[in-house]
Each structure stands twice: as structure tokens, then as C-alpha cells.
Design a protein around this ligand. Structure first.
Ligand SMILES: *Cc1c(COP(=O)(O)O)cnc(C)c1O
Length: 392
């Protein structure tokens, strides 16, 4: 029975209603059978699905050229649904050696505890991934652009290798987004996202998404996510849907400003080097332009030129830069409407020794910038002033 008290209406809302209901009532046991057995569409209990999640999933499905994707309560939920929902004890998985920090942790700590072996390899070097393959290898997980040095994975080469060896190629498309890259068009088997970042775009909703080309694999990940309670909040889905309405515009604006910022930084006396795949001096420039169809991304990394004096001088310059960068958030995230700065040596890569960080090219003077939607000229001026203050 439809509840009393809802106003009659022969028109309908323009905006998707927020549906916080945890439970849904049905007409009869037969009606419930129809739902559970797929003859009728309906909801039962929101851990298993709800309208707001379904709307977000459908939007992402359309963007990725996918069907039936699963929305999870965070990007790490999506990573976990792939690795823990599909692999079993005795399996082996290869991960990119510069994956998102928590993904690395899941591979280093949790999978081995469950008897799933892991190896890291350089996703830009297919031969190194091939060398890591064992008889029990099932999957290769990579990001298209690495964090924070923005090195390119050889997706086409990895797709050919995975096809030849019968492995699943999983692509975390968070940095590149479907605006710049669609992994299914390049032979990936599974695509995942942290919606939290650019897609939702306002740092107020935490969500993930995962989908496989093979519907049977998507179904296994859906069941795992329901069983382990990765349910997304309806409100976060509602916010994300709203954010995604402007996603293309935001991406294009941030990408265009990032390209300008990269060139601007490279022209500053206080900057030692700039990493941006859209610049000709990036080591993967040609490959990135081909793979990303001439798109860049909204991320730029750079190193302050802090002169002699080693790590101490680098940290002093980094402190001065972060303090002088008025209006920019010093925060370990990306894809916000505002420009954010992160400093790998004190955050994402603090667990490494200084030598290991140097080897990866991340000194104390190294910053990662997630470019937001500010007026470009004003943003460049903030960087000019902050760099001058840091390297004076
Ligand atoms: C942030 C991020 C994740 C994890 O997403 P959350 O929504 O924070 O759980 C996974 N992969 C990449 C590349 C990310 O940037």
C-alpha cells in the first residue's frame, strides 16, 4: 500500500529526489519474488541498492561506456571490491608501483594476510610487468597517471599482455576521468573510480564506482560490496549527482588552467622542475598525448629550487611556500573546486626514507597541485608570490 500523506501530483520534480529510506515495502510475497528474481525492478533494503546510487551508477556507466556499475561508499570500497571480491587465497596480483597510497597498503598488508600474493611493477614498462607474472597471477591493477609524478602507464601494451596471458586488467581512472580516457576503449576489463575527487568535485561527498566488461564479474563485486556493507549514503550520491552535472565544464576549465600553470611555473626562477604530461619536457609527453587524445589533467607537480642545504633547506622552502600560498588549501586531496596543494614528503610518502623519496624524485621541495576553478590569472599570481617568498 502506498503510504498516506504524500501529496498527489500529476507533475514530477526536475531534480532527483533524495531517498534516505533504508527499507522499501512491497505489495506481496509474490511481488517480492518478482523483484528478487529480476522480473520487476524494485528496492528492498538500501544496503542492497537505492535510487540515488542507481542514478549515479547510470551516469558513470554512460561516461565509461559500461553497464550495471556498482557505486560504493568510497573509492577504496571500489578498490577492495575488485581485489577482495574477485581474488581468492592462492591467487597473485600485480599492482603499479606508484598506486594510490591506500591501494598500496591493501596490497602490502591485507591481501597477503588472506593468502593473496602481490607484486609491484612499473606500469610504464610492460616488460617489468611481464617479468612479475606467475602461474597463479590473475590480475593487473594500474592507474593511468601515477601519483604524484604523473608518469604514464602503457595501457595499450598492458592490455595486449593481459589478453595474451589471460589476466584481468583493472584501471583506476580517478586522475584521468572518462573525459580524458575511457579504459574500456583500450582493452581494460575493469574500471574503477574514486568519485570523491573530480567527478563529484566539491570535497563534500565520498563515493567510489566499479564496473567490469563481463557482467558476471560486476555481479560478484556487487554481491561482495553488499555483503561487506560498502553501501553509499543516499545523500552523498545526491551531492555527487549534482556535482557530476558540471563535471565536463569543471574538468575542461581545470585542465586548461593546469596547462597554463605548468608553463608559468616552468618560467619561474624559483622552480627547479615541473611535471605535467601536456608539456613537451615531460618524459611521457608523446605517449600521454596519444593515449589521452591530447587531453592533459588538472594535476601539476613541481619542485622548488631551494639551493644548497639538502632536506632542511627544502623543508624550510616548502613551509614558506605553503604559508605564502594565500587562498589555496594545503590538503591531501584532489579534484576540489578550489586549488589544493599536497606535499608528498610530509603526507602520502612520509613512510619512505628520504633516500627512497629522492629516488622517486620527491624531495622536500616537491609539491603536487590539484588545479581548481579559480580565475586563471589570479591563480598564477598567487603562485608567483608564494614561490618568490619561499625561495627569496
Ligand atoms: C582518492 C583515490 C582513491 C581512493 O578514493 P576514496 O574515495 O578516497 O576512498 C583511489 N584511487 C585514487 C587514484 C585516488 O586518488
Amino acid at each position: 500500500m502506498r503510504p498516506e500523506g504524500l501529496p498527489e501530483s500529476s507533475s514530477w520534480p526536475v531534480v532527483t529526489p533524495l531517498s534516505p529510506s533504508v527499507v522499501y515495502s512491497s505489495q506481496s510475497p509474490d511481488a517480492l519474488d518478482d523483484q528478487y528474481e529480476g522480473r520487476a525492478q524494485g528496492f528492498t533494503y538500501s544496503r542492497e541498492g537505492h535510487p540515488n546510487a542507481q542514478v549515479v551508477a547510470a551516469r558513470l556507466d554512460a561516461m565509461e561506456g559500461a553497464e550495471g556499475g556498482v557505486v560504493t561508499g568510497s573509492g577504496m570500497g571500489a578498490v577492495s571490491a575488485v581485489l577482495m571480491g574477485l581474488l581468492k587465497t592462492g591467487d597473485h596480483v600485480i599492482g603499479g608501483n606508484q598506486l594510490y597510497g591506500r591501494s598500496l597498503r591493501l596490497m602490502a598488508e591485507d591481501l597477503p594476510r588472506l593468502g593473496i600474493a602481490t607484486t609491484l611493477a612499473d606500469p610504464g614498462d610492460v616488460a617489468s610487468v611481464e617479468a612479475a607474472i606467475r602461474p597463479e597471477t590473475k590480475m593487473v591493477l594500474v592507474e593511468v597517471l601515477s601519483n604524484p609524478t604523473l608518469r604514464l602507464a602503457d595501457i595499450d601494451g598492458l592490455a595486449a599482455l593481459c589478453k595474451a596471458k589471460g589476466l584481468l586488467l583493472v584501471v583506476d581512472n580517478t586522475f584521468t576521468t572518462p573525459r580524458a580516457f575511457r579504459p574500456f576503449d583500450h582493452g581494460a576489463d575493469i574500471v574503477l573510480h574514486s568519485i570523491t575527487k573530480l567527478l563529484a568535485g566539491h570535497s563534500d561527498a565520498m563515493l567510489g564506482y566499479v564496473v567490469a566488461k563481463d557482467p558476471a564479474l560486476t555481479e560478484r563485486m556487487r554481491i561482495f560490496s553488499v555483503t561487506t556493507g560498502m553501501t553509499p549514503s543516499p545523500f552523498d550520491c545526491w551531492l555527487a549527482e549534482r556535482g557530476m552535472l558540471s563535471f565536463d565544464l569543471r574538468f575542461d576549465r581545470a585542465e586548461a588552467t593546469a596547462a597554463r600553470l605548468a608553463d608559468h611555473l616552468a618560467a619561474q626562477a624559483g622552480v627547479k622542475r615541473v611535471l605535467y604530461p601536456g608539456r613537451a619536457d615531460h618524459p611521457d609527453h608523446a605517449g600521454a598525448m596519444a593515449l589521452l587524445d591530447s587531453h592533459g589533467c588538472n594535476m601539476v607537480s613541481f619542485e622548488l629550487d631551494f639551493g644548497e642545504g639538502g632536506a632542511r633547506a627544502g623543508r624550510a622552502a616548502a613551509n614558506a611556500f605553503a604559508r605564502a600560498a594565500e587562498g589555496l588549501s594545503f590538503a591531501p586531496t584532489l579534484g576540489d573546486a578550489g586549488t589544493t596543494l599536497s606535499h608528498p614528503a610530509s603526507s602520502s610518502h612520509r613512510g619512505l626514507t628520504a633516500e627512497a623519496r629522492e629516488a622517486l624524485g620527491m624531495s622536500e621541495g616537491f609539491f603536487r597541485v590539484s588545479v581548481g576553478l579559480e580565475e586563471p590569472e589570479a591563480l598564477l599570481a598567487v603562485f608567483t608570490r608564494a614561490i618568490a617568498a619561499a625561495t627569496a
